[in-house]
Design a protein around this ligand. Structure first.
Ligand SMILES: O=P(O)(O)OP(=O)(O)OP(=O)(O)OC[C@H]1O[C@@H](n2cnc3c(O)ncnc32)[C@H](O)[C@@H]1O
Ligand SMILES: [Ca+2]
Length: 460
């Protein structure tokens, strides 16, 4: 009778083993389903941003079977060409040639079997708005058509499109909160935001509507042609010859060609009679006086709306946070002032101190910075601050609502190109992103319970 073992002992082990196996299998299944591998196949789109100072080739990538889905196109690669195509007015064919190298790079970055179905767009902004040269466009189109992509044409964006697509990009990449967009280019500058006080009725020309992530937006947007930082500098410089310039450092002296100052439609009508061929450009480095010069570029004398920014342009009250990119970022990054919790007065002081620093010293203290940019940061910093405060009406209180950004989340550049492509490929997400198979809390609870069960079983 003693050789009969306790039957409960053996079957108990079996039961525990079975439960443990089931638990492990369940754990694996839940884990695999939740973290399904990304699809291996991608689709691509190429957008060329033909700005006034550069052309950048952007390659975007998104999972192939999900192109109508949400929040998924990302920047895969970018390649920059300087100068911009509008610099080739005299030699249009060179505008085309200048893009070859970056386009070859695009060929290498996109799998061959996808080339033929990859749409290729070129959008030109303020530089070409000012130049309006068909020859340059023809040359650029001819070059782009020699590449194996699906060429969709080259065109000039309206200022309204430029502002609105910049807003779409910023809000597509970061869908948590609706933010405004501030873009400071070389030849124009854009401001775009949603305001409770704006329904489009007061100024229909500033109104764009979008459906994004399940909400309809009535966007206020305006583009100021000639108020990018390079054209604004031309306007500021077009004073009398031998100017003592408060926007340049003390000890800065340079002989410049007078005609170069007036070679754009933004300033051509300011050219004085009988001006000399050359002039001495002399800096005196004074922030206050430089700010006065910048203010003189803004016209505040008339406004036929309830409220204006500058030059009689309607602007509703500012609302919410703003992503500020392109030159906004380059300038503030140089000054180490991208952190907007730094009070506006401190920002002003730092820029004022920089302007007052003699040019030789500035060069010594910034050996790694390209001179062509370094020489311009005093003006650029002053211009940026004056545009934000006097122009757009940001105050010491609202200044911290601005976020100076360059790369958005996941490494996509802030700018109009992504929004432009999403729009042309009907990929602007009308609805909020799909949820994963399990809500995150449910996933965590299930995994936790199973792990606790396993631990208990093993202890047993
Ligand atoms: O939008 P548009 O007006 O067509 O012009 P863009 O597209 O060429 O303008 P960007 O935003 O690329 O650049 C804005 C300005 O910033 C300048 N810039 C670019 N990199 C810079 C840097 O590192 N430091 C200072 N300025 C820079 C550039 O030369 C322009 O004057
Ligand atoms: Ca631009």
């Amino acid at each position: 009778a003693m050789k009969e073992k306790n039957p409960w002992h053996k079957s108990g082990i079996v039961i525990v083993a079975v439960i443990a196996v089931v638990a492990v299998v369940a754990l694996v299944v839940v884990f695999v389903v939740q973290n399904m591998p990304l699809p291996q196949k991608y689709k691509y789109g190429i957008v060329l941003d033909a700005g006034s100072s550069h052309t950048t080739v952007f390659i975007y990538e998104w999972p192939a079977e999900k192109d109508n889905n949400t929040g998924r196109a990302e920047q895969k690669h970018s390649c920059n060409v300087k100068p911009g195509i509008s610099s080739y007015a005299g030699t249009p064919w060179k505008a085309g040639q200048s893009l070859r190298e970056c386009m070859r790079e695009a060929e290498k970055n996109i799998p061959k079997q996808r080339h033929a179905q990859t749409p290729l767009y070129l959008g030109a902004t303020a530089g070409m708005r000012l130049l309006a040269s068909d020859e340059v466009f023809r040359a650029v189109s001819e070059t782009l058509q020699t590449f194996p992509f699906s060429y969709q044409g080259a065109r000039i964006l309206s200022g309204q499109e430029e502002g609105a697509f910049g807003w779409v990009t910023v809000n597509y990449l970061d869908d948590r909160l609706k933010q405004g967009a501030l873009d400071l280019g070389g030849a124009s500058t854009q401001i775009s935001f949603v305001s409770k006080m704006f329904d489009g009725s007061e100024s229909p020309g500033n109104s764009v509507t979008f459906r994004l992530y399940g909400n309809d937006y009535n966007l206020y947007t305006h583009s100021f042609l000639c108020y990018g930082k390079d054209q604004a500098l031309k306007m500021a410089l077009s004073g009398p010859p031998a100017i003592r310039d408060p926007c340049f450092h003390p000890e800065y002296v340079e002989t410049k060609e007078y005609s170069k100052l007036y070679d754009s439609p933004c300033v051509s009508d300011r050219k004085p009679q009988g001006a000399p061929a050359f002039f001495q450009h002399t800096g005196i480095g004074n922030f206050q006086q430089c700010q006065d010069v910048v203010r003189s570029l803004f016209n505040f004398s008339q406004c036929k709306y309830s409220q204006c920014s500058l030059n009689g342009v309607y602007q509703p009250p500012l609302q919410g946070v703003f992503g500020a990119f392109s030159a906004y970022y380059y300038i503030m990054d140089f000054f180490n002032l991208t952190d907007t919790s730094i009070p506006l007065d401190t920002v002003k002081e730092r820029i004022a101190r920089f302007c007052a620093t003699p040019w030789q010293q500035v060069k010594q203290q910034n050996p790694g910075i390209k001179l062509k940019y370094l020489v311009g940061y005093c003006f650029a910093g002053t211009y940026l601050l004056t545009l934000l405060t006097d122009g757009y009406n940001f105050t010491s209180e609202t200044y911290s609502n601005i976020k100076f950004i360059h790369k958005q989340i996941k490494g996509s550049d802030a700018g109009w190109t992504l929004g432009y492509m999403l729009n042309l490929t009907n990929m602007i997400p009308a609805e909020a992103p799909n949820e994963p198979p399990l809500p995150y809390a449910g996933y965590v609870v299930i995994v936790t319970v199973i792990i606790i069960l396993l631990v208990v079983l093993f202890l047993f």
